[in-house]
Design a protein around this ligand. Sequence first.
Ligand code: PA5
Length: 471
Amino acid sequence: MDNKMRVTVDYNYMMAKFLGDKGIKDSELETLKDKAAKAYDYVKENRGRDDLFMGWTELPYNQNEIVADIIETAEQVRKKFKYFVVLGIGGSALGPIMAFNALKHLHYNELPDSKRNGPKFYVEDNVDPVRMSALLDVIEPEKTCFNVISKSGATSETMAQYLIIADILKTKGVNLPENMIFTTDANRGNLIKIDKSFGGAFKKYVLPDGVGGRFSEMCPVGLLPAAVLGIDIKAMLAGAAYMDGLCSKPETDNNPALACAVLQYISMKQGKNINVLMPYSDNLKLIADWYCQLWAESLGKAVDYDGNVVNAGTTPVKSLGVTDQHSQVQLYIEGPYDKVITFISVGKYACEMPIAYGCEDIPDVGFLGGHTMQELIQAENKATAYALMRAGRMNYTINMPEVNEFTLGQLMYLLELQTAYTGALLNINTFNQPGVEDGKKATFALLGKKGYEAQKSEMAASPSFDKKYIV
Ligand code: PA5
């Protein structure tokens, strides 16, 4: 395996050696050794279990046939369609848009056809009417392949989008299965019912039973859109498998995901309740959105496995280097000691941009000439980490040698495993989302869905609708 493409974690600036009494002592890591090993064992022993929603651990290994099928379908889509639109929300949207942003040209849709070499790409998650209308202004629905992604087929946002698009296509005389691919549960759910009403004519991909939305980027949810974009999905899965191999030991100094989990756990216990992810790369900007869902939905839990009320979790914050140096970093350096900052650094950017000479008579500007933008962004990344360390602020860095399919696969798997280990350390169910379900039910009640009448009456009578406190 190509060791030069190995993703690594540098956690020096979390430690007392650099942060003094604001840092973690080696002895604290030692004290947690057994607990960390137990968390490791929990994840190892339950790998692949559908009933625990841990099927995602095996995705790098068990999809050969599906991958071949996806690549074939993607080729046809690339030939036949001018646009590819994902309709989905949450885990069904954040992964596909993140991989698109990470691995394709940053202005992909604006490229001329000859340079883009594939359909224009959109991911529509929100149900803001302005956004849907804007999409319809820039696509031609009859020349668009719509990938409807929903495990349940009962998510109001996705199904509202489906109804709107299905109606438009019907009006244009398009047979829906010609222009739509469903990614959904194998047997259950409303997309299966819709497919049956068309005699099973839709092309369908399965969102496997044991894979929750936020862990689904490396199943057909993410693989089909990626393949349509010409992304090497085999290399992405190989990257995930490689990281899995790097995390096969129960010791923190031998397992990058376990190390990150333990660092996060210790800082959580110290009351640091904000978890910032700050990639220094525009290509990786949306990994922070994807991670926010992964971390927040997985760890934000009211009770632990023993029934204790724990209200677990820390608040993930997305940030972008260097942009947010001019926005949030002041707070990180001088505000409350309530954060851990995770940087993602890039060793070699996809291209280089020399900074021209000029303004030699203005020293504040002239010193830049002859350097490159890569040098500048990397220097600012190092300098920010150093300044935070000097201010006693915990931070660590995930190093990506380059941003490519293989390293992105590693990064995703690292963050997924880190989340699973942290959940195990907290003794909570990492893989359910009861809070999200409550919100979905309340929406059903407000919009008059059958079966939710009692909840509707309860909500109408609720004091939260009392006008007294509206100004
Ligand atoms: O992580 C999750 O499980 C959620 O974010 C879901 O992906 C999201 O709610 C969409 O659900 P569904 O796939 O059923 O439409």
